[in-house]
Design a protein around this ligand. Structure first.
Ligand SMILES: [Ca+2]
Ligand SMILES: [Ca+2]
Length: 122
């Protein structure tokens, strides 16, 4: 009886350690972006929903690749060694905005908020 109580207390303590340890390293904002990727975000300063790209997407409005991002991007994190371009229209067309490699987190700003419809590295 006494031994069973000790075992129960020990496993309870272990469970509590496991629960409290997890949220300590939960990534937020730009910190969510993996190495060697372009990350885009629906909110400013890396907030909101994130989509991650290795080479790009010709049409953010179709069902091929991430969805919900077309004309809905307000910031990006170029965590890759590549140059990237963003376009206002699908198919790499219309107005273009450029990102140098490894520039870190950037807000698109008023002129480009919620406009990007395609993107690609080069
Ligand atoms: Ca797509
Ligand atoms: Ca657009």
């Amino acid at each position: 009886m006494r031994l069973r109580n000790v075992l129960a207390a020990t496993s309870m303590a272990a469970a509590l350690v496991g629960v409290t340890a997890m949220p300590a390293h939960a990534a937020t904002g730009y910190d969510r972006c993996p190495q060697n990727r372009m990350c885009v975000f629906t909110g400013p300063n890396g907030s909101g929903t994130m989509a991650v790209f290795a080479v790009g997407d010709a049409d953010l409005g179709d069902s091929n690749g991430p969805t919900g991002m077309n004309n809905n991007i307000e910031s990006f994190f170029n965590n890759s060694g590549h140059h990237w371009d963003f376009w206002d229209l699908p198919g790499y067309a219309g107005d273009i905005r450029h990102s140098d490699p490894y520039v870190g987190g950037k807000n698109f700003g008023d002129a480009w908020d919620n406009r990007v419809s395609s993107l690609h590295d080069y």
